[in-house]
Design a protein around this ligand. Structure first.
Ligand SMILES: [Zn+2]
Length: 163
């Protein structure tokens, strides 16, 4: 996965350490209208669901989903970013993932890289920040994986342990 390294530093980070969902069932809407993208979303959701703490499930793109994934034009970098709303108790109440059209419209077959970005931003949407460990899909160096690793799943469990 060494080829991923050149991209990693251009992903946007966010300030959400410690925030998490109060509900254990979190809906995800793929609002990209890219049929080729659906499998990346499904794979990332299934992989995070293996942690067994938050159940991600697919929902329609009607504005009511908890996590919404959009294609959007904005200055590059970043390739993608995630933003949140949260309540006074640090519960995430809504998350928005934006994929930068300046990159993704060039080629929807980025393959493992698209998978990595999707799983990484979904990790943010669940409340995880970056780390320096390997293997980790949340690493900003070379995480050596394009899906959540056992370390990522454990970090997610830790984040929700006292919820
Ligand atoms: Zn990130």
């Amino acid at each position: 996965m060494k080829h991923l390294g050149i991209f990693l530093a251009s992903l946007a980070c966010c300030f959400l350490i410690g925030a998490s969902w109060k509900t254990k069932r979190v809906s995800v809407a793929d609002c990209t209208n890219q049929s080729a993208y659906a499998s990346y979303v499904s794979t990332a959701m299934g992989s995070w669901n293996e942690a067994g703490v938050v159940r991600l499930y697919k929902a329609a793109c009607d504005g009511r989903a908890d996590i919404n994934i959009y294609l959007d034009y904005y200055e590059y970098p970043p390739i993608a970013d995630t933003s949140f709303t949260r309540d006074s108790r640090d519960n995430i109440t809504k998350a928005t993932i934006r994929l930068n059209r300046n990159i993704f419209d060039l080629d929807w077959t980025h393959g493992v890289y698209t998978q990595y970005v999707t799983a990484h931003e979904m990790g943010h949407a669940l409340g995880l920040g970056h780390n320096q460990v390997v293997p980790s899909v949340m690493s900003l160096t070379d995480g050596e994986t394009y899906l959540p690793s056992y370390l990522d799943l454990q970090n997610l469990r830790n984040l929700y342990r006292n919820k």
